[in-house]
Design a binder for this molecule. Structure first.
Ligand SMILES: [Fe+2]
Length: 489
């Protein structure tokens, strides 16, 4: 079995709750034992006899005792019984925001104007009550020297080691903002086309900034307590020569409760939702010479194979499937859900949604976004990298926009309504695209980037992208986050 963890931290935590520290080698022994962790913790602690650190010898002694008592495997009938129970679970997926079936975009100049007006209106609303928001065209009429403005960022220029200048624009005008000292560093991380607030002093023909303010998310202190878990995956790239078949099959065995000790099976049994955040298939003609790296050369057959794979997942799990840039929908974001010709191939427990999509799962608000803009964010902000994708995702939350930079690597369709604005704060932000893994809690929002099921392609070698495949985040809203690893390379 390739499941590398139950996380070490979970084991350490369980001993800590019983008042014990545990030696790292003892943790490894428990992980390798493949026996219900709660049972080992219980038995080891019972015999710990007031010691402070649980040693490897303590664990070996208990493991031998358990072995001698002939460990009873989970009876098959028990698995069957819980299978039956699982079929009866009811799920609820309420799509709150999704462009599917609502696109108005024709690519006219008017569309672009409406799109940016929508972006500005939605985000400037977030600043209401926090800033006075003087229209930029009227700042010179204000008697006070201090002004607060909100506008779209343009043309950031580094003037010296200590100074940067950028433009800020709203519907009424444009003004230069000078940022010095620490604010210069903030200015140099501005992505362009995002909407920010500036508080500062009028000087010459512009503003000297005292503060640069991001719309950001308020602290989410909503108390979630759910008895189910959500599994986050993405970038399966079915049809690629580098699709990790063995690792995927291990994942299927786990999610279908076919492998693992009682604890691992219990985690799988509690899964009610599986979210797939784009790039279900490898697609055709997505990057130069991709045909050399594709196993299934026909897009229809790629989706047929995908449907077979999804059909192998137990049917009481609701699968929410959002597309990515390798899928067969328009490239520009927001992307609609996969068309009927493909979605009709999938089993009934699969719900196809757009990218991005804001869904409510029994009161848990999830914002699903494939993550193409992460390329722009990582290339613009020097302290970020692909190894920690969750940090780039946090920058999107701060900016309350999923793709702040217009006209870079992320094509945007100018809809009359900007679907990429994060107007409602989610409980979870889920992305993929960069093929690495990372999770974090930012102001109470669970942020997860969900790895891939494809090893490094020749193209990725050329662009120096080192994937971290086969990592799966399993989250119990209001409870724990478990990282399962199905990749041993
Ligand atoms: Fe991908």
């Amino acid at each position: 079995m390739i499941i590398k963890s139950i996380d070490s931290q979970l084991i350490i935590k369980k001993f800590a709750l019983n008042g014990y520290n545990i030696h790292p080698n003892a943790v490894d022994l428990i992980k390798k034992a493949g026996i219900d962790i709660d049972r080992i913790v219980d038995e080891v602690c019972k015999r710990a006899d007031g010691c402070f650190i649980i040693t490897p010898d303590d664990v070996i002694r208990i493991l031998n005792e358990i072995k001698n008592r002939a460990e009873t495997p989970l009876p098959k009938s028990k698995v069957k019984e819980s299978d039956d129970k699982r079929v009866r679970k009811s799920e609820s997926v309420n799509v709150i925001k999704d462009v599917t079936g609502k696109s108005t975009c024709r690519g006219t100049i008017e569309d672009f104007i409406n799109y940016f007006n929508s972006r500005y209106e939605k985000i400037s609303k977030i600043f209401r009550g926090r800033l006075t928001q003087i229209p930029i065209g009227s700042v010179w009429k204000v008697k006070s020297e201090k002004v607060d403005v909100v506008g779209i960022v343009g043309n950031v220029k580094e003037i010296s080691d200590d100074k940067a200048i950028f433009e800020l624009e709203d519907k009424t005008g444009k003004i230069n903002v000078t940022a010095t000292g620490k604010l210069k560093e903030v200015a140099m991380e501005l992505l362009g086309d995002e909407i920010i607030g500036v508080s500062g002093s009028l000087m010459g023909r512009g503003i000297i900034a005292d503060r640069i303010i991001f719309p950001d998310v308020p602290v989410n202190d909503k108390k979630l307590k759910k008895d189910f878990r959500i599994v986050f995956i993405s970038d399966t790239h079915f049809g690629s020569k580098t699709f990790l078949k063995d690792e995927w099959n291990s994942f299927l065995k786990w999610i279908n409760c076919e492998v693992g000790d009682n604890r691992v099976i219990e985690i799988a049994e509690s899964v009610k939702y599986l979210i797939i955040c784009g790039d279900l298939v490898d697609g055709i003609g997505i990057y130069p010479e991709q045909d050399k790296e594709i196993e299934i050369l026909d897009i229809n057959q790629q989706y047929e194979f995908s449907a077979e794979q999804l059909d192998l997942i137990r049917k009481d799990i609701k699968i929410i499937l959002s597309p990515g840039n390798h899928d067969a929908v328009r490239q520009a974001e927001p992307q609609p859900a996969l068309p009927k010709e493909f979605s009709s191939l999938f089993p009934k427990n699969v719900k196809c949604v757009g990218n991005p999509c804001f869904v409510d799962l029994e009161g848990v608000k999830v914002l699903i976004y494939h993550g193409r803009s992460l390329d722009d964010v990582v290339s613009r902000i020097k302290r970020l990298n692909y190894s920690n994708p969750h940090e780039a995702m946090i920058e999107l939350l701060k900016r309350r926009h999923l793709s702040p930079m217009y006209g870079n690597r992320s094509p945007i369709a100018p809809e009359n309504d900007d679907y990429l604005v994060i107007d409602e704060v989610p409980d979870i932000l889920h992305s993929g695209h960069v093929h690495t893994y990372g999770t974090a809690f930012y102001r109470g929002v669970f942020v997860v980037n969900s790895s891939t099921w494809q090893s490094q392609t020749e193209f990725q070698k050329k662009v120096n992208l080192n994937p971290q495949p086969g990592n799966v985040a399993v989250y119990n809203p209001g409870g724990d986050v478990i990282r399962l690893r199905f990749y041993s390379g």
